[in-house]
Design a protein around this ligand. Sequence first.
Ligand code: DQA
Length: 152
Amino acid sequence: MTEKTSARILVLNGPNLNLLGTREPETYGTNSLGDIETMVRSHGANLGLAVDFRQTNQEGTLVEWLQEGGREFAGIILNAAAYTHTSVAIHDAIAAIKTPVVEVHLSNIYKREEYRHHSFVSDVAAGVICGFGPAGYVLAIDALAGMLRDQS
Ligand code: DQA
């Protein structure tokens, strides 16, 4: 149990997710990113997981944080937002690390424009959760907690 108590989870959010709450609420809902952070932190704490929650609009910063996640964290939750559909650099960063990455999207990207149907993240992710709004982040915490339990 002490091992699990010290497990650290890195939650990474990509471009425009800082605008959640006011950004296209019909697609992304009315919760702010701060609201989602509060939810994820408290769910993580219930499971003995320490959550480090971050957002950036920069692709290179996401790459650097993924590399850091590979060195220092037990699991990563990634909503790469628009970079999901464009970034070979993010694909390669995930492929380069051993830490499991759970891909999350608030919206169901498969119900939306065709250019959102391809993800450069999915084939290197441990799993994908999309279409459940903020609950997707909580489900991702559960998924990582299960994986960490299975490993120990
Ligand atoms: C998103 C889906 C992406 O297609 C979009 O570019 C985003 C958010 C989501 O959480 O639903 O910015 O990742």
